[in-house]
Design a protein around this ligand. Structure first.
Ligand code: ISC
Length: 371
């Protein structure tokens, strides 16, 4: 199948109101699609299933699954050289939303200074009227603009249409190999990765790394940390540490996910205090923003290794289960002629509410550029 036929299949599926997801992994040149055969709503029961999951921020709510067993999988090379016209977007600040967000951030800072809360990620949503919307064009714009992101378009007639370009991996598991990312701290990219970071951002990111390491101890062995590095995500830069480990025997995926999601990159420290603060104070529902999405228990075939051979002296090809989940950031939901864009940022005791507002405005541009 070529890319044109692939997009035709997406359009037909969408036209017939059937669930599907198309996605491109960071820095890869293939686009994958999973197309469900019926409009049934499937949910995971314990993450032992196989397919593509779409999970909300609130882990008490159900995770939607496009099961491998009742969907087609397609894979195409991404080789489009067509010119795509991008509309210009100006920084637009809604003063009411600004006041509201600044108030929320100040409430967060106050709670950090007076309770056990140390860090909380506070967010908002913003709507944008769309004169016209074409999901293929927007998906292509996201692909062209964000090579290092996980770019996706996900649809279920009973849930909605979501698109995004997230810089953050929640976890990767291949056999017993485990890795995840501690990503936090934001600045606008100024043409170089030689960036000065303030203590506020360093601390904000360190909370994420510490939380991951502390929580992984019960489910993994030999945890290793990379150096902290500056990474580019579109016109922004973040601080990142990669965490890798070996999974202990017989740990169900569900308990790994419950242990780490939501991380302090999207929730806070301590987790339950931050989550309660968010649910009580944000005054809107995050839905799938800051949830996670991706391939669940995919069967992958590994290239045969020289030494292990069968009776005919042929090297064995091994199959392994692989799960690759991404945090749903820099995303939007499309409803009729309106896009709802979700943005947030980590708050610590040294945060400045006006700067936090500006950060959400800058983050909203990631998605607006593709509209
Ligand atoms: C919550 C978001 O970003 C997270 C990931 C990277 C940097 C973040 C920050 O600097 O606050 C956030 O923790 C968002 O983009 O909506």
């Amino acid at each position: 199948m070529n890319l044109g036929k692939f997009f035709q299949k997406v359009e037909n599926h969408f036209g017939n109101q059937l669930p599907f997801v198309m996605y491109r992994k960071p820095k890869q040149t293939k686009v994958f699609g999973r197309f469900q055969n019926t409009s049934d709503l499937h949910c995971t029961s314990d993450f032992s299933e196989s397919g593509f999951v779409f999970s909300p921020f609130n882990a008490q709510e159900q995770t939607v699954l496009i099961p491998s067993s009742c969907s087609d999988f397609e894979e195409v090379d991404l080789e489009f050289n067509e010119h795509i016209a991008f509309d210009e977007h100006h920084m637009y600040e809604n003063q009411f939303e600004r006041k509201q967000h600044i108030h929320l951030v100040n409430q967060g800072i106050k709670a950090i200074k007076s309770t056990s809360l140390k860090k909380v990620v506070l967010s908002r949503k913003e709507t944008k009227h769309l004169d016209e919307f074409n999901l293929i064009t927007t998906f292509k714009k996201l692909l062209k603009t964000y090579n290092a992101a996980f770019v996706y378009c996900w649809f279920h007639p009973k849930v909605g249409l979501w698109l995004g370009a997230t810089p953050e991996t929640l976890l990767k598991i291949e056999g017993k190999n485990f890795s995840m990312m501690a990503l936090a701290g934001t600045q606008e990219y100024q043409g170089t990765l030689e960036v000065e970071w303030q203590n506020k951002e360093k601390k904000e990111q360190q909370y994420v790394t510490d939380y991951i390491v502390d929580n992984l101890k019960s489910v993994t062995d030999s945890i290793k940390l990379s150096d902290v590095e500056t990474v580019k995500a579109g016109h922004l830069v973040h601080l990142k540490t990669m965490v890798s480990a070996r999974l202990k025997d017989n740990i169900p995926l569900q308990s790994i996910i419950n242990t780490i999601h939501p991380t302090p990159a999207v929730c806070g420290v301590p987790k339950e205090v931050a989550k309660t603060f968010i649910l009580q104070n944000e005054h809107y529902k995050r839905e799938f923003y800051t949830g996670f999405l991706g391939e669940l228990n995919a069967h992958i075939i590994l290239a045969p290794k020289g030494r292990v051979r069968n009776i005919e002296n042929r090297a064995y090809a091994m199959t392994k289960k692989s799960t690759q989940l991404y945090v749903n950031l820099r995303c939007m939901q499309i409803q009729e002629n309106q896009a709802t864009i979700y943005v947030g940022g980590g708050i610590t005791e040294n945060s400045n509410a006006e700067k936090e507002w500006q950060e959400t405005v800058a983050k909203s541009l990631v998605i607006k550029k593709a509209l």
